[in-house]
Design a protein around this ligand. Structure first.
Ligand SMILES: *[C@@H]1O[C@H](CO)[C@@H](O)[C@H](O)[C@H]1NC(C)=O
Ligand SMILES: *[C@@H]1O[C@H](CO)[C@@H](O)[C@H](O)[C@H]1NC(C)=O
Ligand SMILES: *[C@@H]1O[C@H](CO)[C@@H](O)[C@H](O)[C@H]1NC(C)=O
Length: 512
């Protein structure tokens, strides 16, 4: 043991002291060097180094001399090191440099004289105020450009005109108020401009973005959908803008669009989305919809209409949505849910209806449901016919309703139920409720039960674990058993399933 320790100490010392690896650095056999807490880029980095990673240091200024002789360098990463400036042409001689990441520093501009070999340039979390035409000159191989969380206020085609190989452009979290078009980036697939100050996207912006697949303008001040979106789009994010209407007829050329995100806008209605024939996900939560979207695309798999003002759910709304798997209608004002409204959705597995105004569990829900959330409605009782077909149901949330009694038959009809939330209801803690409790435990269902509201002597007791109720009901059940014994003998397993087990108090189903 002592020998091993000594060996390890020797190893770590020799690492630092090795003529081939500078102090506060570790060098590995893959020609990779990692350093921390430096005041400058150290001399003595092996000339064969391919990857140099420095973080949490204090290197205010990067200079050309730091990199003399590092001709094998392919990746240079400088993270959180307070770097404010870079000497002109510092990286120019690193002729096979592919990746340059200067993240979380204090750079005020893009370093000059970047080598033509560069494929990935990330300058996120700096203080860059503007981009210039010369910044990216000659970077014909650059595939990834990230400038998130800087202070850039505008973007124009001439700044990016050299970047003929660019596939990904991320400028989220800047102060961009205007963009000019057309951007000529023929291979661009991903573009993200989230959290800027855009009010308008010019009509010619996308003319030469014929490969664009993923586009996000979330978190801007856009009042209209951009016009002439590229036909190649797969995903479009427009969340957190100021959209009042979406005209789907202007988008019908988007035949491959599969994901559309419109949450947190000012939409009062959605009509005609069926023009987007290949749409599988539509998110419109936190708008002002008073009705469910009309004429939805038949391929839809996920529809999120949560946090709107929807009052009614009818069969007509869902008659064509045979592929729907996830439906979110929580936090609306749904008081009318037509029986069988979702019967055509024969794949539906997840239905969120929490925080609405329902007085009962909707009838004839799809048999495929695995998760049903009805928390925070005004449901007063649970009837067998409402739930009996839900053989796949695993999670049922009835928290914070007005239910006082539970029918044993309801529970027996749910063979796969794993989680049942019943707390926040005014339970009438009769001995028949205790029997329901025994059935749930026997099935291995995880139950949050909550507290009794009645009868008076049980108020505040937790009906899943209260010893007091158990004692009283044991007496009660015992009397019943005596009565039955005259007719027929109780089977031993029946009596054991009814008799509460003392160990059950180990469970704590109390909710905060
Ligand atoms: C660095 O380059 C810029 C323009 O490329 C030039 O204006 C500036 O004078 C140069 N700085 C030094 C110290 O040479
Ligand atoms: C629609 O999406 C499917 C895959 O989900 C794809 O195979 C098909 O080509 C798409 N249709 C169009 C018109 O792009
Ligand atoms: C609780 O249940 C008992 C027995 O069914 C009934 O007599 C009583 O009225 C109920 N109490 C409340 C508050 O519903």
């Amino acid at each position: 043991m002592h020998l091993l320790c000594a060996f390890l100490v020797w190893l770590s010392l020799s690492d630092g002291l090795s003529p081939n690896c500078p102090g506060r650095c570790s060098c590995d056999s893959m020609q990779s060097v990692q350093c921390y807490r430096l005041m400058e880029v150290p001399s003595g980095i092996p000339s064969t180094t391919k990857r140099l990673y420095i973080s949490h240091s204090r290197i205010q200024h990067l200079q050309l001399s730091y990199f003399t002789g590092l001709f094998a360098l392919e990746d240079f990463i400088l993270l959180a090191s307070g770097t404010e400036s870079v000497e002109n042409d510092t990286f120019k001689t690193l002729s096979i440099l592919k990746t340059l990441e200067l993240l979380k520093n204090k750079l005020r501009q893009v370093p000059s004289g970047l080598p033509a070999s560069l494929e990935v340039l990330k300058l996120n979390d700096n203080s860059i105020r503007a981009l210039h035409e010369s910044d990216f000159e000659g970077l014909k191989r650059l595939k990834v450009l990230e400038l998130k969380n800087n202070l850039i206020s505008s973007l124009s085609p001439s700044m990016l005109s050299s970047l003929i190989s660019l596939q990904s452009l991320m400028v989220d979290g800047n102060n961009i108020e205007s963009v000019a078009g057309p951007l000529a980036l023929p291979h661009l697939k991903h573009m993200s401009m989230e959290n800027n100050k855009l009010r308008l996207i010019p009509g010619n912006f996308f003319t030469f973005l014929q490969s664009l697949q993923f586009l996000s303008f979330s978190g801007n001040f856009l009042t209209k959908m951009p016009m002439n979106l590229p036909k190649s789009l797969l995903s479009l994010k427009m969340e957190r803008n100021q959209l009042k209407v979406v005209r789907f007829r202007d988008m019908k050329h988007l035949e491959t669009l599969s994901h559309l995100y419109l949450s947190e806008n000012f939409l009062t209605s959605i009509e005609g989305a069926q023009q987007l024939a290949n749409l599988t996900t539509l998110e419109v939560s936190q708008n002002q919809l008073q009705m469910l979207p009309v004429k939805l695309p038949a391929r839809l798999q996920k529809l999120d209409c949560s946090s709107n003002l929807i009052q009614r759910v009818t069969a007509q709304d869902f008659q064509d949505l045979r592929d729907l798997k996830h439906l979110f209608l929580d936090n609306n004002a749904v008081s009318l849910f037509e029986a069988g409204a979702l019967q055509k959705c024969s794949q539906l597995s997840n239905l969120a209806l929490e925080q609405n105004l329902l007085l009962s569990i909707p009838l004839r829900l799809p048999k495929t449901l695995a998760r049903l959330d009805l928390k925070g409605n005004a449901i007063q009782d649970i009837a067998e016919r409402e739930l009996k077909d839900l053989k796949q149901l695993q999670v049922l949330n009835l928290r914070n309703n007005k239910i006082s009694a539970l029918d044993l038959k309801v529970l027996e009809g749910l063979p796969r139920l794993r989680h049942l939330y019943l707390d926040g209801n005014p339970w009438n803690c009769t001995c028949s409720l205790l029997r329901a409790r025994e059935v749930l435990k026997a099935k291995g269902t995880d139950v949050k039960g909550g507290q009794c509201a009645a009868p008076a002597e049980q108020q505040g007791e937790s009906w899943m674990s209260s010893k007091k109720i158990m004692r009283q009901c044991e007496h009660h059940l015992h009397q019943n058993e005596k009565g039955k014994e005259t007719k027929k003998k109780l089977k031993p397993e029946d009596s054991s399933s009814i008799r509460p087990s003392v160990d059950d108090d180990d469970y704590d189903y109390e909710i905060d």
